[in-house]
Write a protein that binds this ligand. Sequence first.
Ligand code: GCU
Length: 342
Amino acid sequence: MDSALLPSLRRFSAVPLGGLLLGLLLLTGCGSEGDTTTLRLGHGMAPDHPVSKGMRYFAHTVDSLSDGKMNVEIYPSEQLGTERQCLELLQIGSLDMAKVSSAVLEGFSRDYRVFGLPYVFRNDEHRFNVLEGEIGREILLSGQDVWLRGLTYYDAGSRSFYTADTPIREPADLKGLKIRVQQSPVAIQMVQELGAQATPISFGELYTALQQGVVEGAENNPPSLHSTRHYELVDYYSLDQHTSPPDVLLISTHTWEDLTEQQRSWVQTAADASLQKQKAYWAQAEREAMKVVKEAGVEIVRPDKSKFVEAVQPLYEQYRKNQPRVYELFQRIRNLHSSDDS
Ligand code: GCU
């Protein structure tokens, strides 16, 4: 295995941690008090975000399936650390669950990189056929050996550029712009391929970075542009929809191994049910977000996507040559049909 993908405790110790986080480090595995088992779940979204609502539905479902014998405590808004830090806590067994973007998992379990490649899905139906089918399941379980067992995906739509001063109508408009990207190798490569300067910054620090002009733009889906209020700081939202990395709900393999068969079944059943519910929350939030963003005066640009598709072709070639496993997954995804294909 690639040593960069191994859980690294050395790297973990270099991360600055808040007091709450340090407190948690002293705890191990899931907590049990009397008859009740409690799972702690950390993530970075604001409580009103549609992915947060999906997780609350998950927690309610675990509670009702188990008749109150299991409960899930949710810590939103990076209270327990960034997405990357939450994954590291899962790896050492100090946190039970996390929700992160698949983009951040790319550095931990290589298979997730396929979701970071631009224009990998043809449409939403194709995307969910992949995520809810055999390929999706295979990728969720690919992190099991690095202590990150995926339970389900959540809809995170498609990501597009938003910028302070420059409307992005074609890739050439990105030239030289400092664009915030997620901590994802593929996102960095892609944004560079498009001519911009990729600047990885954590989600929670981005508002200030945009405000202070550290970056001139970023990219995200409409509900996240809305719930972070980044739309207050930019003038253009250019819907090139370059990537669609899903969100992922994970459980530490340490915790999973401590659960009984019955408890595992409650957790997995609730996770599956929460995806179906979350898709509906998502669709509604996406419509509302676009409305709010437009009303706030952000200009919605609808660029010709084919120019972006053309500009990222060399990226596929790099993966074909250098990352055969990711490229194989990419081809399997491309070859999977959806009913509206002609
Ligand atoms: C999306 C995704 C988050 C992620 C964020 C980001 O909103 O759902 O999990 O943190 O993008 O850009 O970092």
